[in-house]
Ligand binder design. Structure first.
Ligand code: ATP
Length: 374
C-alpha cells in the first residue's frame, strides 16, 4: 500500500503553502505537503521546528497566517476543531482523574448525544482494542503509564475520527514499553484503517512506525520520504546527520560523473579522493559538497584490501563503542580526522580480532556512499 508513489492518487490531507507567524516569528514557513488516506505519517524534527504548530493547524486549534489546509478536497478554514474529522491525543493524555477508564472513554461520546446502548458498545469495543477490558472500573491513578497511554488512545479513537493526531504519544513511556507500544499503535492503525499523523523528535520511533516521514527544520520541510529513503538517500547534510549515525566529510566536487558505473562521481576530500556510484551530481565541478557514508557500510580489516586505492583509508583504532548488536570503531586517520566503522557482533565478543591501537584499513564500495550538495 503506497498511494504516494501513484501520481494519480488524491491526497487525503493537503497543506498548501501554509505559513504560521507568531508576531515576527515564522513557526511554519510556506509549507506544502500531501498525506494520503491510511498513511502512518510522522513529522520529525528538533524541538521548536514547528511540528506541533503544523498539527494544531490541522486540528483547528491554530489558524494559518496564510495558505490553506484541505481535507478530502474541502478547505478547512473556518471549520472549528469539534467539526473536523480529526482528533488529537496529547502527550499529557489529559485524562480526567476522578473518572473511571470507561467513563473517560465514554466522555466524548456523551457530549455527542449518542444513546446509552451505543456508547456502551463503543466503549467495550475500544477497551478490547487497547486490551484494557479488566481495567474498565479503575481510575487513572490506579494504572501504569503505559495503561494510561492506552486509555488516552481509546478515548481519542472512540469518536471514530478519520485522522488521529498524536503529539509525542509515547514520550512518557520507558524505552521497552515505548517499543512495544509502537507496534501496538501500528497494529491498531492497520486494523481500523485510519490515517495517523504523529509528531515526534525521536528518529528511531519515526523510522519504526511510519509509512512516510517529513523531516522539518526551522519551519521548513527538508525531506519527505519513506524511512528507508530517508536513511539510505538523505537529501542534505541536515537529514543525513539527524537520522542515524553517519560519516560526513567536506570536500570539492572533482567529477560530476555520467550515471555509469565506470564513470562515478568523484569528490576530493582534501587528502583522499572518493568515488560514488550515483546519478550524475547536479553541483558544478569545484563546488563544495560533502561525502557521506553510514558506519555499517564501511569495511574494516587489518590487511590492506587488494582492490583499487580508491575508497580506502588507513588509520588507527582510537576508540570502540560496544552497543550490543553492533560495535562502533572510531578510527583516527594520519591527518587527525576521525572516521567511524560499525561491525555487527554476530559471535559473542570475548576477544576482539581488532582492538585499540591497531592500524586498520577502511574501505567501501562505490554504491555505499553519497554525495550531498546541500
Ligand atoms: P517541540 O518538539 O518542542 O514541541 P515543535 O517542533 O513541536 O517543538 P512548535 O511547538 O510547533 O515546535 O513551535 C514552533 C515554534 O513556534 C517555537 O519556537 C515556539 O516557541 C513557537 N510558538 C509556538 N506556539 C506559539 C505561540 N502561541 N506564540 C508564540 N510562539 C509560539
Amino acid at each position: 500500500f503506497s498511494p504516494w508513489t501513484d501520481p494519480g492518487a488524491t491526497p487525503f490531507i493537503r497543506f498548501e503553502n501554509v505559513t504560521k507567524r507568531f508576531g515576527d516569528f515564522v513557526a511554519v514557513d510556506n509549507l506544502s505537503l500531501d498525506i494520503y488516506e491510511r498513511e502512518f505519517f510522522s513529522l520529525l524534527g528538533p524541538s521548536g521546528c514547528g511540528k506541533t504548530t503544523l498539527m494544531r493547524m490541522l486540528a483547528g486549534f491554530e489558524q494559518p497566517s496564510s495558505g490553506r489546509i484541505l481535507l478530502q478536497g474541502q478547505d478547512l478554514s473556518g471549520v472549528p476543531p469539534y467539526k473536523r474529522p480529526t482528533n488529537m491525543m496529547f502527550q499529557s493524555y489529559a485524562l480526567f482523574p476522578h473518572m473511571t477508564v470507561e467513563k473517560n472513554i465514554a466522555f466524548g461520546l456523551e457530549q455527542d448525544n449518542m444513546s446509552k446502548a451505543d456508547i456502551n458498545a463503543r466503549v467495550q469495543e475500544m477497551l478490547k482494542l487497547v486490551k484494557l477490558e479488566q481495567f474498565a472500573k479503575r481510575k487513572p491513578n490506579q494504572l501504569s503509564g503505559g495503561q494510561r497511554q492506552r486509555v488516552a488512545l481509546a478515548r481519542s479513537l472512540a469518536k471514530r475520527p478519520k485522522v488521529l493526531l498524536l503529539d509525542e504519544p509515547l514520550g512518557a513511556l520507558d524505552r521497552k514499553l515505548r517499543e512495544e507500544t509502537q507496534f501496538e499503535l501500528m497494529d491498531i492503525q492497520t486494523k481500523l484503517g485510519l490515517t495517523f499523523l504523529i509528531v515526534t523528535h525521536d528518529q528511531e520511533e519515526a523510522m519504526t512506525v511510519s509509512d512516510r516521514i517529513a523531516v522539518m527544520d526551522k519551519g521548513i520541510l527538508v525531506q519527505v520520504a519513506t524511512p528507508a529513503e530517508i536513511y539510505e538517500a538523505p537529501n542534505s547534510r541536515y537529514v543525513a546527520d539527524f537520522i542515524g549515525d553517519i560519516n560526513i566529510v567536506e570536500g570539492k566536487l572533482l567529477s560530476a560523473g555520467s550515471g555509469h558505473a565506470h564513470d562515478p562521481v568523484k569528490v576530493d576530500c582534501d587528502g583522499f579522493v572518493v568515488a560514488v556510484d550515483q546519478e550524475t551530481c547536479e553541483a558544478a565541478v569545484g563546488a563544495s559538497v560533502a561525502f557521506a557514508i553510514r558506519p555499517e557500510k564501511v569495511r574494516m580489516s587489518l590487511d590492506q584490501p587488494s582492490e583499487t586505492a580508491v575508497n580506502t583509508l588507513h588509520g588507527e583504532v582510537w576508540d570502540i563503542g560496544y552497543l550490543g548488536d553492533f560495535s562502533v570503531f572510531i578510527v583516527k586517520l594520519a591527518d587527525g580526522r576521525f572516521f567511524r566503522a560499525a561491525q555487527a557482533n554476530i559471535a559473542r565478543v570475548v576477544e576482539r580480532p581488532i582492538t585499540f591501537g591497531d592500524m586498520v584499513w577502511l574501505s567501501w564500495s562505490e554504491d555505499a556512499g553519497l554525495v550531498l550538495t546541500h
